[in-house]
Design a protein around this ligand. Structure first.
Ligand SMILES: *[C@@H]1O[C@H](CO)[C@@H](O)[C@H](O)[C@H]1NC(C)=O
Length: 487
């Protein structure tokens, strides 16, 4: 009986290890049981209450700053004169102007180095376990051997002691044979499986080490990528478009002559262009789990060059709350949020009105006028939730929160109840979200509670499209002065 129990335990342990470590090579894990929609933080039994709207969204300014686009651009395109403005690169921001960082993924490297230590520890622990197991299996093997000898002796003694004893011996022999068989075949094969698992992990670590080495090399010197900035400039990307800057790429804008101009990526093709990109995610190369000051000033890489001589590919960045607020308050502003899943399906959510108040109100958000096919989570909450739970996931009328500055609607003042801490990014959290565009970047899409740092849906989530446990591949937020479409 003891043997059988031990065997069962052994087999169980082996299967456990297998399923834990095999996820990467076998591709996407298939979820057997659908996970619950998350996003909200349900009320606890202890008479807790939730006040849905602590902040009334401010009125959104009306009128038109811009007339509709004329059918022809009034100014000739001036694209050929370009001014060289080399960017200092490397792993830190070079200037106040948020220059392009070198796209070698220094942040990835840091993240990987952090992981490396954990994995190494785990493997050495596992190695010890396998050792122990093979030692204990040797002990068991010896023990069975001893038992075989004892049995043989007893057979000799019992010869001639009559039927009862011989039947007893028969039983014993059957059992002995069974145990011996198990020891000789099941044990070694289990150990072999464990060794296989270990070998796989070792290979994975080798790969990670190689990747890290490559990253280290890429980051030894600040890169010398230079991004020529087109001479055409303006208040924002719509202004630039109207002045003839019709190619998407990095431009210098100056919304207010009182402040220094800064770089931004203009999308001049989507819906006739004129879009100032305020947020972009596409490969997880920039960490979005940042402090208040980072979100206020902006962070990341505006754009980089893919060899065409100008910076026509946007990087991952957050433009900065001060800038976003200032742009959105200069007049009626619309916002376009575009996203893609890992099968390259695309959807978007567009709001005809978008305002972010200044820092004194903690960047209070006001949006309205939804259209699109991604779902209106920002205004109406997660459609998979009901009643109060849904209300908890509305973003309109919320203040901005980061992990070091809690302005959300989840038990204000309680440091253990902070949406931004749990959900991975800075955002206009309520209690907590239906959309989490600044959440953690998960490669491949589907993720689980176990993979999340705090067991919450902290991915780059848009609940009304893909639910809580799917992290999108790309996400971007672009704003444009709102004007009546040209007829
Ligand atoms: C809210 O969510 C909790 C658990 O997440 C659930 O028990 C409760 O029934 C939900 N309430 C409504 C109104 O759906």
């Amino acid at each position: 009986m003891k043997w059988l129990l031990l065997l069962c335990l052994c087999v169980y342990a082996v299967q456990c290890q297998e399923s834990d470590y095999d996820d990467e090579d076998e591709g996407e894990k298939t979820e057997t049981k659908p996970l619950d929609p998350r996003g909200h933080r349900p009320l606890e039994k202890s008479g807790e209450t939730y006040t849905p709207a602590r902040n009334v969204p401010p009125p959104i300014s009306g009128g038109n700053r811009y007339r509709g686009r004329p059918t022809e651009a009034p100014v000739e395109r001036q694209v050929h004169e370009k001014e060289e403005q080399p960017d200092a690169g490397g792993c830190t921001h070079a200037s106040e102007q948020m220059g392009v960082l070198c796209p070698t993924g220094c942040e990835l490297k840091t993240a990987m180095l952090k992981q490396e230590k954990n994995v190494k520890n785990e493997v050495s622990k596992l190695e010890k376990d396998v050792d122990d197991l093979s030692r204990s299996s040797n002990t068991i093997y010896n023990y069975v051997d001893g038992m075989s000898n004892a049995l043989r002796e007893r057979q000799i003694i019992s010869d001639g002691n009559g039927d009862t004893v011989s039947q007893y011996t028969d039983d014993l022999e059957t059992q002995h044979a069974f145990v011996k068989e198990a020891i000789n075949t099941v044990f070694p094969s289990n150990i072999r499986i464990l060794q296989g698992v270990l070998e796989k992990i070792r290979l994975k670590i080798l790969r990670v080490e190689k990747a890290i080495l490559a990253q280290k090399e890429g980051c030894t010197e600040p890169c010398t990528v230079s991004c020529p900035i087109p001479v055409v400039s303006g208040k924002e990307c719509e202004d630039i478009y109207r002045k003839g800057g019709k190619d998407s790429g990095m431009y210098l804008i100056q919304p207010d002559s009182f402040y220094a101009p800064y770089k931004v990526y203009c999308d001049q093709t989507t819906q006739n262009g004129g879009w100032t990109t305020i947020q972009n995610r596409m490969d997880g190369s920039v960490d979005f789990g940042r402090r208040w000051d980072d979100y206020r000033r902006g962070f990341g890489n505006i754009a980089f060059d893919t060899g065409k001589g100008h910076c026509n590919i946007p990087g991952e960045y957050w433009l900065g709350n001060d800038r976003i607020s200032q742009l959105s308050k200069s007049g009626p502003t619309e916002i376009l949020m575009e996203m893609q899943d890992w099968s390259s399906n695309k959807v978007h959510a567009q709001y005809r009105q978008f305002t972010v108040q200044s820092e004194t109100t903690n960047y209070l958000l006001a949006i309205n006028g939804y259209s699109g096919n991604a779902g209106n989570g920002l205004l109406e909450g997660a459609s998979t939730l009901f009643g109060e739970n849904r209300t908890m996931t509305i973003h309109n009328g919320m203040k901005f929160s980061t992990y070091d500055r809690d302005n959300d609607n989840w038990t204000p003042g309680d440091p253990s109840k902070q949406c931004s801490r749990q959900d991975g990014g800075g955002w206009w959290y309520n209690r907590c979200h239906s959309a989490n565009p600044n959440g953690r970047y998960y490669w491949g899409g589907a993720y689980t509670k176990n993979m999340a740092k705090h067991g919450t849906d902290d991915g780059m989530v848009w609940m009304n499209w893909k639910g809580s446990w799917y992290s999108l591949k790309t996400m971007s937020m672009k704003i444009r002065p709102f004007f009546a479409p040209t007829r």
